[in-house]
Design a protein around this ligand. Structure first.
Ligand code: TYM
Length: 330
């Protein structure tokens, strides 16, 4: 079976709807047909300043959310990145194969670092995409389910795999991004030209917030001054984003929704979407509470996942070390 790997950062109290529709929903679906490795990337989370207690809580909450949306630890290996030391170890080797200018061209780094003074930007934030490449290449993954914003990091990953293979002999697989076009980029409800992100809380819907709050965010979503409910991302970004979300959560096609709302107003659409979301999220929230009530069991699931991950990664790292010329430990 082809293999998939993906990761998510534990940098917020809750995942948001962009994470879910852009990536996590695909994680769940791919378990049926692929050998899956999914990790909570805590090493990536410390590239920006963190509070240790908060990070620990968010790492558990992330795992709980992944289980609650349907990641099945029997079928998928679910683990925490820092429990598998080969990620950081391969990261170092790949850093030594990456050009400084090449890393500097990563747009996510440029965006994130533009908001801070140079001394507050860590070197880890700069090398972040190289660690991400290590996450993926260690598993020789065929596909990487992510949202559109990760495409450039996937290209870097492929370049590094290719470079390593050329210099040291075929070792890595060249992974393909697995990006579902319809939901590859979910937009902010307050600014439908920007992607939904945790840096703009007002336009972001969280899986773990009070659904009444989410419903209110949908009701006050920015739409245009027209009245017609049509799918037209260029001219009607706000309404189109709502239709994409509605369609993904309800399983109904956008055409079907547009026909159904013919003659009705934006207010109806927004109110109904709030209800659809509430129905979707209520059982997830309940399951998250259940997992968080038993942290020992949760930690056991993660320990098992890490063990399964290491069955793959230890051999791959050994091969890498040998090929770059390290003396084998005896
Ligand atoms: P992260 O934690 O920021 O986001 C997790 C996933 O959510 C997707 N996403 C979105 N998709 C659609 N619309 C949005 N508005 C939206 N916002 C976020 C992201 O594309 C991502 O798939 N660098 C990664 C984490 C990572 C990783 C990896 C991913 C580390 N190692 C290895 C894949 C493979 C990140 O920051 O994701």
């Amino acid at each position: 079976r082809p293999r998939v790997l993906s990761g998510i950062q534990p940098t917020a109290d809750s995942f948001h709807l962009g994470n879910y529709l852009g990536a996590l929903r695909q994680w769940v679906a791919l378990q049926d047909t692929h050998e899956a490795f999914y990790c909570v990337v805590d090493l990536h989370a410390i590239t920006v300043e963190q509070d240790p207690k908060v990070l620990r809580a968010r790492t558990r909450a992330s795992a709980a959310q992944l289980l609650a949306i349907g990641i099945d630890p029997e079928r998928s290996s679910l683990f925490v990145q820092s429990h598998v030391p080969e990620h950081a170890q391969l990261g170092w080797v790949l850093e030594c194969l990456t050009g400084f200018g090449e890393a500097g061209r990563m747009t996510q780094f440029k965006d994130k670092s533009a908001r801070q003074a140079a001394d507050r930007i860590s070197v880890g934030l700069f090398t972040y995409p190289i660690l991400q490449a290590a996450d993926i290449l260690l598993y020789r993954a065929d596909f990487v389910p992510v949202g559109e914003d990760q495409r450039q990091h996937l290209e870097l990953t492929r370049d590094l795999a290719q470079r390593f293979n050329t210099r040291f002999g075929k070792t890595f697989k060249l992974p393909e991004p697995y990006i579902v076009k319809d939901t590859a980029k979910i937009y902010d409800l307050q600014d439908p030209t920007a992607k939904m992100s945790k840096s703009v809380p007002a336009g972001m819907v969280e899986l773990l917030e009070d659904p009444k709050r989410s419903a209110k965010k949908f009701r006050s979503a920015v739409t245009d001054t027209g009245r017609e409910i049509v799918y037209d991302p260029a001219e009607k970004a706000g309404v189109s984003n709502l239709l994409v979300i509605y369609s993904a959560l309800s399983g109904r096609s956008i055409d079907d929704l547009v026909a159904d709302y013919d003659g009705k107003g934006y207010g109806d659409l927004k109110k109904d979407l709030g209800e659809v979301f509430t129905e979707f999220v209520a059982p997830i929230q309940q399951r998250v509470r259940g997992y968080l009530d038993d942290p020992a069991e949760l930690d056991k699931v993660l320990a098992r996942g890490a063990e399964r991950a290491r069955e793959v990664t230890s051999g791959v790292l050994r091969a890498v070390h040998e090929r770059v010329g390290f003396l084998p430990p005896t």
